[in-house]
Design a binder for this molecule. Structure first.
Ligand code: ZN
Length: 157
C-alpha cells in the first residue's frame, strides 16, 4: 500500500525502507528493536500496529488513508519538520535509496533505451544499483509533484 509513498520519499531525499505487506506486525516490531533500526520511524496505515509501536517506545506515524500520495508525502514531511529545500540535489534512487550522481552520456549507453539515449543529454546513475535516470517526462512529473507538496506544506502551517 505504501510502496508509492516510499518511492516518493526517496525522490524527495528521505531514506526509506519498504516493508512488504506479508510481514507480520510482530516481525516488524522485532525489526524496529534492532540497533540499526533504532533511529528509524515507522510509517504505517495500520492503527493497531501504530499503537503497538508507540507503546513500545518506537517512533511511528499513521499515514492518512485514501488521499493522493502527495498529501501523504506532505503529511510525513510536516510531521518530521522536513522540507523540500534541498530537492532535487538530495534525490535518492527511488528503487534502492542509493545516491545519484551525474553521469557522462557515454556511461549510460546500453543501460537505457536507444531512443532515450538519443533524445536526452542529462543522465544520472545510482551509485548502489546502477540504474540510470534522465531528465525526461517523468522528471517533469516529479517537479510538478514537488510543487504540489510544497503548496500543501505551506497550506498546513
Ligand atoms: Zn538504486
Amino acid at each position: 500500500m505504501l510502496k508509492k509513498l516510499a518511492r516518493w520519499l526517496r525522490i524527495f531525499g528521505a531514506k526509506t525502507d519498504f516493508i512488504p505487506s506479508t510481514m507480520r506486525d510482530s516481525q516488524i516490531l522485532k525489526m524496529m528493536r534492532e540497533k540499526k533500526n533504532r533511529s528509524k520511524i515507522l510509517l504505517t496505515q495500520d492503527v493497531q500496529l501504530h499503537e503497538r509501536a508507540k507503546l513500545k517506545g518506537f517512533q511511528s506515524f499513521l499515514v492518512p488513508r485514501e488521499v493522493p500520495v502527495e498529501e501523504q508525502v506532505a503529511a510525513v514531511l510536516k510531521e518530521f519538520s522536513l522540507s523540500l529545500d534541498d530537492f532535487p540535489a538530495n534525490t535518492l534512487c527511488p528503487s534502492c535509496n542509493g545516491e545519484l550522481r551525474i553521469a557522462k552520456k557515454s556511461e549510460v549507453k546500453g543501460k537505457v533505451h536507444e531512443n532515450v539515449y538519443k533524445a536526452h543529454r542529462k543522465f544520472w546513475l545510482c551509485g548502489k544499483c546502477g540504474k540510470a535516470y534522465w531528465e525526461g517526462t517523468h522528471w517533469e512529473r516529479i517537479g510538478e509533484a514537488a510543487k504540489r507538496v510544497n503548496r500543501l506544506l505551506r497550506e498546513k502551517e
